[in-house]
Write a new protein. Sequence first.
Length: 386
Amino acid sequence: MASSGRDGDESQKGEAESCVGNGSSSKDGYQQSNEDEGAVELIRRYFAEKLGFSEDKKEVFQEKVKALTEASVDGVIKYIQERNCKNIITMAGAGISTAAGIPDFRSPGCGLYSNLQKYKLPDPQAIFEIGFFRQNPQPFFTLAKELYPGSFKPTLCHYFIRLLNEKGLLLRHYTQKQNIDTLERVAGLPAEKIVEAHGTFHTSHCLECKHEYTVDWMKERIFSDSVPTCEKCDGVVKPDIVFFGEDLPTRFFVCAEKDFPKCDLLIILGSSLTVQPFASLIDRVPKVCPRLLINRERAGHRDWVMAALQMGRGLDFDSRDNFRDVAWLGSCDEGCQMLADKLGWGDELRKLVVDEHVRISKQQNETSKRQTEYPSEKKRAESEHQ
Ligand code: CNA
């Protein structure tokens, strides 16, 4: 996967070279390409004027000068170092936790949506739709039991985000995983740095009277194979993850409004960027802000017609005018290790992962040993959390 990442970089570099006309194309080829560009520019202007999308080219040109010197990973590293970035935003999807053994949603074959046949749902997404859940909550809780974290450990990518924070570079981490794993917290990222856009398993609420329940209360119900019902009013209790058809947490809107205009580098990790409004956060950074995607596949990019016409929104890896968007294709862990190496923190990150994984294993062993020796301690710990 790293090699395809590197190929991705090379293609960006090739593109940058052809932009300045120093490629190996013949004079005829060069003239032809100039004519093509002229035609594309004419079409672009025509549509931009007709549709009212006209952009101030001068402004964009001036901004271009301010962004990456090279639309590649090395360009991003140089930018971080020379511009003294302090307001990096990371946006993460389910892909940052697959290396910990937690499936994502849409990856063909191994993603959750490919493996829900046994629940006989009208369609795979129904398991996360609030209307369906109100009628039939059982499939969701059966799935939650299957997926409940046993001894998952944060991935290297989670620790990279922690390092960004410890180096004073991270403004905020936005995650759209439904955080049953809460791996960001386990990795040591402070709560105020995390925005859980699609909620969390950390708390649960009764759908009727809104009474709150703890993660341990919910866990016990999930593992006893019962649909959790409220002790006050008998309503169904749902973990505070955002289902389709529900509003996102207020914190998401408040933080996004404040953070994105300040962002000086956006790093998108392990997301298909298919679900709104999370996906469109990528368009809320300043026009000059570089955006780096680290993912197994390209995501969130404008289609080529819109890119050629300089219209529409989304990442823009391929247009000749690209001065800020970079795709590194491969695993999140490999991509983050590569970034850390280039920033000179490679060994620190490797050591952090090893030390923390040893610490977590030790903690997990001690807990399960204590609970085997003193089963009543488990009961006490659970009731203390309620
Ligand atoms: P996703 O749609 O499953 O995408 C994951 C992305 O990560 C894909 O592009 C993968 O190729 C990539 N990937 C997987 N593993 C790795 C890896 N190790 N390294 C690099 N890349 C990797 O998950 P997202 O988080 O992007 O999307 C959110 C899910 C939540 C959507 O698919 C929704 O259907 C789902 N959901 C949303 C809601 C809601 O919006 N309220 C509710 C319930 C579920």
